[in-house]
Design a protein around this ligand. Structure first.
Ligand code: GCW
Length: 673
């Protein structure tokens, strides 16, 4: 028995009596100056949170003067004395301010007040001092989206937490409580857009019966500030519209999309727009008719424009017959189109140039299209990082990508600044995360998977937050307030992704996973229909050495980066060690910065990965008394699986690479079994 994790970081476990007293004296009475669907959500959440955390709800009073806690829109004479500049808060931002013994939550919109409310609750959950609170928080990115790769039959592509939460069969009439709890969780971290269906889209989603279901979801999510978008199949005009084909330059195709957009907005006036995977992995697209991505994207964008909708057009493209090595292809196709996309199109780019590997360099597209909106696409679901059995906190992965300096406009041209629009002339900014959510009681399978959903939202709101601080918040809110336990768990989280990198793909290796399901090692696979699906295409192990040469003597992928990086990456000695084999094919005896050989460091890194998991197991045992027994046991079991599989990865990869290196496992390391 114990907690099942359903309540996520909003579980509102009671604080101790002293803490409850303290916060009640600061917040005991509340006045909310506004009435709307969103304010009822705010009231419900405040009630739920204070009942849970403080043991009683706040009493509502009828005037701002007599309240301890006041929520008010910032256009109000009430808020004038606070001196908060209207402009500084934007559409969704908010201020939390202590003023003459009262705590004020102020925003320009109801949704801003909702975000402020969740922030205040988080302050209490993390035992923060409210006595001098004075903060303004405004999201750095406009569209903060979850992308579900969920099929209409509830299968979730690359989902490891059960069936899709979207029950299309029972919609529109049956409205699961889960939809509301999902909306609360998303609003609490600032997610303001969701795509409920897979990018490998089923055209049926745009038929009238399904649009009724989509409308039902949109109606539920609206008060939480969440807009619904849809993944669409580019060939829909042909598939469900009866047109001969879906060529984007044909007037009847354009008309079909205009009519479809009008039909959608009739039902859902604040519909967000379309997400499109086109001419990628067999999906149809403008390329089928010799048209460019820009022509395809703009055609959809023009249909949505009159209603205020956007197009998220994915840059995840690679062709089986392309001459260029896979990591080069998205850049080759998209950079020539810079400046050709309409202003309501964002090109959605995966963080790295291949495919959500445990570690990749940043995609060279970031910074290379200054006249276009570029959205970041992260994967929250752990397709390549151990599904929902391995503990891998992705806050560090996201930060590494966002903080990477592209040098495209001089030093300091970070990926984050490309994504938040400061380095482009496009006002449309977006960050998307591929969701790890399913019908499991705890939503994400592994309890620590919840932290990845959480950190994605927090960083989409503010990429300047640190991965460690966000981990700290999440632990406090979800697991425990015990100081020592927090330190142990935070340490586990902060090292976990590097452990995974080490036992799966250290030193810049990538794409070593087994075919199809992508679980477990398969570096030997070299017989697939497409060369670029074979792990051997990426690691290029031979008698001489290991790694893929992406310098000028090889695929020359380094030419897609700014001169600063070209120079560094041309030479293994100046290439970051963690990306060495991504860019270079090096001899087994290559001398590493440590002075040891490449072979030695490879063995060492695989073993560090395993040791990291053993350490996590020990740390988890140390916090046993501070963790709910059910949650403790679940993580304990998962760590057992993770250790077994870390060894599996290590032994399989080293045994395989050893057939090329022909070198013994160095002294002090276990022999592969
Ligand atoms: O990583 C790959 C996945 C596919 C996925 C594709 C994509 C939705 O293996 O399952 O398809 O990426 O991002 O489109």
């Amino acid at each position: 028995s114990g907690e099942d994790g359903y309540n996520l970081w909003l579980n509102y476990r009671p604080l101790n009596a002293r803490q409850q007293q303290h916060y009640l004296s600061q917040l005991g009475t509340v006045y909310i100056a506004d009435k709307s669907a969103t304010t009822s959500v705010i009231k419900d959440e405040l009630k739920r949170a204070t009942k849970g955390l403080l043991g009683q709800k706040l009493s509502a009073v009828s005037s701002a003067q007599s309240a301890k806690l006041v929520l008010a829109l910032n256009n109000n004479q009430l808020t004038t004395p606070l001196g908060i500049e209207q402009k500084s808060l934007g559409d969704e931002g908010y201020a939390i301010k202590q003023h003459k013994g009262q705590i004020w939550l102020v925003a320009n919109s109801d949704v801003g007040l909702l975000y402020a409310t969740f922030d205040l609750i988080r302050q209490i959950q993390t035992l923060a001092d409210l006595s001098k609170i004075n903060k303004v928080s405004v999201p750095k990115v406009k569209l903060r989206m979850l992308n579900h790769w969920d099929d209409l039959d509830r299968h979730t592509e690359r989902g490891y937490a059960g069936q899709s939460i979207f029950d299309w069969h029972k919609l529109p009439d049956y409205q699961e409580q889960r939809y509301y709890d999902y909306a609360r969780a998303n609003a609490s971290i600032g997610v303001n857009g969701i795509v409920p269906n897979n990018v490998n889209a089923n055209a049926l989603i745009l038929t009238p019966a399904y649009l009724q279901k989509v409308k039902a979801l949109a109606d539920i999510f609206r008060p939480y500030g969440i807009k619904v978008y849809l993944s669409v199949k580019f060939s829909s005009p042909h598939l469900i519209g009866g047109l001969e084909n879906s060529d984007p330059v044909k007037p009847e195709v354009q008309q079909w999309w205009h009519d479809k957009a009008a039909e959608i907005y009739q039902l859902i006036p604040d519909f967000g727009g379309f997400l499109v995977k086109a001419n990628s992995e067999g999906q149809p697209g403008p390329g089928d008719f010799g048209r460019t991505h820009a022509q395809g994207a703009n055609m959809l964008a023009r249909a949505l424009k009159p209603f205020g909708g956007n197009v998220l057009w994915r840059a995840f493209v690679y062709a089986h017959d392309a001459k260029a090595e896979r990591s080069l292809q998205a850049y080759n196709e998209f950079v020539p189109l810079d400046g050709k996309f309409d202003d309501n199109v964002s090109v959605q780019v995966k963080n790295g140039p291949i495919d959500f590997q445990p570690r990749e360099p940043f995609s060279p597209l970031f910074g290379a299209m200054p006249h276009s909106s570029l959205a970041m696409e992260f994967q929250i679901t752990q397709e390549y990082l151990g599904f929902s059995t391995h503990l891998a906190y992705l806050g560090t992965l996201y930060k590494e990508a966002l903080d990477a300096d592209t040098h495209t406009q001089g030093a300091g041209s970070t990926v984050a600044k490309v994504v938040d629009g400061s380095l482009s002339d496009s006002p449309l900014t977006a960050m998307a995360g591929v969701a790890n959510i399913g019908m499991d009681r705890n939503w994400t399978g592994h309890i620590f998977g919840q932290a990845n959903w959480y950190v994605f939202g927090r960083l989409a709101w503010d990429h300047d937050l640190s991965a460690a601080d966000i981990a700290d918040e999440w632990i406090n809110m979800t697991l425990t307030h015990d100081k020592n336990a927090i330190d142990q768990i935070k340490d586990m989280m902060m090292n976990s992704r590097e452990d995974v990198v080490n036992y799966m793909t250290p030193l810049g290796l990538h794409h070593l996973m087994d075919t199809g399901h992508h679980y477990g090692p398969g570096p030997w696979v070299d017989n697939l229909g497409r060369a670029d699906w074979n792990p051997t295409y990426y690691h290029r192990a031979d008698k001489q050495g290991l790694g893929i040469d992406r310098t000028a003597s090889g695929t020359n992928a380094i030419s897609q980066y700014a001169p600063y990086w070209q120079q560094k990456l041309a030479n293994p000695a100046t290439t970051p060690t963690e990306l060495l084999l991504w860019f270079h094919h090096l001899s087994w005896d290559y001398t590493m910065p440590s002075g040891k050989s490449l072979w030695y460091e490879l063995v060492h890194h695989y073993n560090m990965g395993v040791a990291g998991v053993e350490k996590m197991q020990q740390q988890w045992q140390r916090v046993k008394n501070q963790i709910d027994p059910n949650q403790f046991h679940q993580v304990e079991m998962a760590l057992g699986i993770q250790l077994k599989e870390a060894k599996w990865w290590r032994d399989a990869c080293l045994a395989y690479f050893q057939t090329f290196s022909q070198r013994p496992i160095p002294e002090g390391f276990p022999k592969p079994v």
